[in-house]
Design a protein around this ligand. Sequence first.
Ligand SMILES: O=C(O)[C@@H](CO)OP(=O)(O)O
Length: 207
Amino acid sequence: MSDRILVLVRHGQSEWNLKNLFTGWRDPDLTEQGISEAKRAGALLKAEGLKFDVAFTSDLTRAQKTLGLILGEMGQEGVPTTRNVALNERDYGDLAGLNKDDARAKWGEDQVHIWRRSYDIAPPGGESLRDTVARTLPYYVQEILPCVLRGQVTLVAAHGNSLRALIMTLEKLSPEGIMKRELNTGVPIIYKLAADSTVAEKRDLVP
Ligand SMILES: O=C(O)[C@@H](CO)OP(=O)(O)O
């Protein structure tokens, strides 16, 4: 029986991560460090002996490039890949492009933390994590999960909050639990799913 392997990876450091700007649906490129992180993720996945059958990514450059660099490092450039806007980062609305420290100075540390990490409070003009779950989870259930359950080794390269939205279900986290779940750039998480699509095993591939 196949292993039902799903790998999630947040993109490498972006130009706006480096500049400490709210990013959301804006489309900055990877930094040099981000490129290295993506290549390192590829090397770690290669060392695990993984051979991907299928890959998914968002409509945004930083995730697409991360995926390309990972597959390039693994010598698996030909893996069939689907790009979909459903995997895009949570839309930060009016905060996009603002400096996170400037936002804390203006609205206070607590308010900015609530906008960044709460489950159901949306930043002005943007999406809450719940809104993000409402678009990422159906896509996962309809498009990604069937591949995994069929035994296709599946890689998803996406974003901090679009992946947190999926991880909330995968790891059965409560709205309080998800507030504390952080994802590092370029660190793959390997899940083995049971036949009922719950997580049987999970491992962070830390360098
Ligand atoms: O700016 C963003 O889009 C995200 C991810 O970089 O930031 P945060 O850490 O606030 O979720």
